[in-house]
Design a protein around this ligand. Structure first.
Ligand code: ARG
Length: 432
């Protein structure tokens, strides 16, 4: 880190500025040469981000600081960088390994998956993603990963874990790989309104901070149809009502039109994939304030690397019907002004490549700023964390990243993040 490069400037700080905050143990000042205001899209020149421990105290210009008194600060020089809020991803599976799909997954225990999750959490953070929603993990491994990260045992993003995904018997969130004699039922399987309510309660009991359920078939599950609805309206409504009553948001996996429409009517907070969403579905999402979390990059990975990773032939066939259509519907949703989240399904493809999706979102109709907003302020809203993450403002957590070029000019800058601070702690600089 070139943190002492501006020694002259630092002494100016010490001589003329006051950051006195008795409560803070440590104060850090980041000199952001170019700081992206994600709300307005303006790139602000030479801003100084003052951080008390893990919270942004203020963002000021040099002249703003003239009345302040001296104080010991750690100085971080990002004067030649583009500085942004930490990125977030609304759809990851940290315990999933991109090279292990289909029948290969049956060989993986939950503890093994958790260890994979440790590796993936680090990769995700180093890619600039400081918050992720983990929408499904067997055995609540994502809850344990969240705790290990919070305790400082291992590096990783802030995790909002779903624990087990809830789904119908034989549906996308069940495990349908084995015949009856060797049958396996996924932990989140439940049928009927009261049974699904009980699953929501159980997930909450064991640490889930968001509820995920499967409202249609999927690409990567055996024997399900992407277009076909799973769960009745009554079951979906029971899940949503119970979750909301407990203060949890709800994400539905849904590709097919009817499943999407029914889930929006039931009151879900986000629709994952949304591949075949109709115009009426887009209007309903807008009217209800439902976020669409559309993973428009992953198709390229599934179709090029999937077979070697163990993805079933039937899944590859399904993906051929989904990929392009989903991108077209993404474009339609953006044009219509629906609320868009940034969700990638990393885990199906390698963690740490989350940022590759930005360029696809821009190619399919977003401005670079809209794509960045999806991953910052929009996801923050979806997560219910808009008071604490998503922008560089006083009172928010110090989740800060930097890249070497202007991401509004070249969105692929976000595929190569040089500096990462999460919650006031530096995890990556250009020297490591
Ligand atoms: N987990 C999803 C499923 O199995 C992946 C879908 C990926 N395809 C896509 N075009 N987004 O259904």
């Amino acid at each position: 880190m070139r943190k002492i490069a501006l020694l002259g400037l630092m002494s100016l700080f010490i001589a003329t500025s006051s950051f006195a905050d008795d409560a803070a143990e440590k104060t850090t000042v980041i000199h952001a040469g170019h700081m992206l205001d994600v709300e307005s899209g303006e790139i602000l020149k030479d801003r100084f981000i003052i951080i008390d421990d893990n919270i942004i105290r203020d963002v000021v210009t040099l002249s703003d600081m003239e009345d302040m008194e001296p104080e010991d600060v750690e100085f971080i020089d990002l004067s030649d960088m583009y500085v942004l809020p930490g990125l977030s991803d609304s759809h990851v599976h940290l315990t999933g390994d991109a090279h292990v799909h289909g029948y290969k997954r049956l060989t993986r225990s939950t503890p093994r998956a958790a260890i994979t999750g440790v590796r993936n959490a680090k990769r995700t953070l180093m890619a600039g993603f400081t918050t992720v929603r983990n929408v499904g993990a067997p055995g609540f491994a994502d809850v344990d990963l969240m705790e290990a990260i919070e305790d400082g045992d291992v590096p990783g993003p802030r995790i909002i874990p779903a624990g087990r995904s809830i789904g119908i018997t034989g549906g996308h969130c069940d495990n349908n790989l084995l015949p009856y004699e060797n049958r396996k039922t996924a932990g989140g399987v439940a049928d009927g309104p009261w049974a699904v309510r009980a699953k929501v309660r159980e997930n909450k009991k064991f640490g889930a901070k968001v509820i995920k359920f499967c409202g249609t078939g999927g690409v990567l599950s055996k024997g399900t149809k992407v277009g076909a609805q799973q769960f009745s309206f009554e079951e979906m409504k029971a899940i949503v009502d119970e979750a909301h009553q407990l203060g949890l948001k709800v994400a539905v996996h849904a590709h097919g039109e009817e499943g999407i429409d029914t889930a929006i009517k039931a009151g879900v907070d986000s629709v994952e994939h949304s591949s075949f969403i109709s115009d009426a579905g887009i209007s309903a999402a807008k009217a209800n304030g439902t976020y669409l979390s559309m993973d428009v990059y992953v198709s390229d990975y599934i179709l090029s690397e999937g077979e070697a990773a163990g993805i079933l032939q039937e899944s590859l066939e399904k993906e051929r019907t989904v990929g392009r259509k989903q991108r077209e519907r993404f474009k339609a949703a953006v044009k219509a002004g629906a609320k868009m989240a940034f969700g990638t399904d990393a885990g199906v493809y390698p963690h740490g490549d989350n940022g590759k999706q930005f360029a696809f979102m821009v190619k399919w109709g977003m401005t670079p700023l809209q794509a960045i907003q999806a991953s910052t302020i929009e996801n923050a809203q979806l997560f219910g964390l808009e008071e604490s993450i998503g922008s560089l403002e006083s009172g928010k957590m110090a989740d800060i990243i930097a890249v070497s070029g202007d991401p509004l000019q070249e969105i692929a800058q976000l595929e190569d993040v040089d500096f990462v601070m999460k919650n006031g702690e530096v995890f990556k600089t250009d020297s490591n």
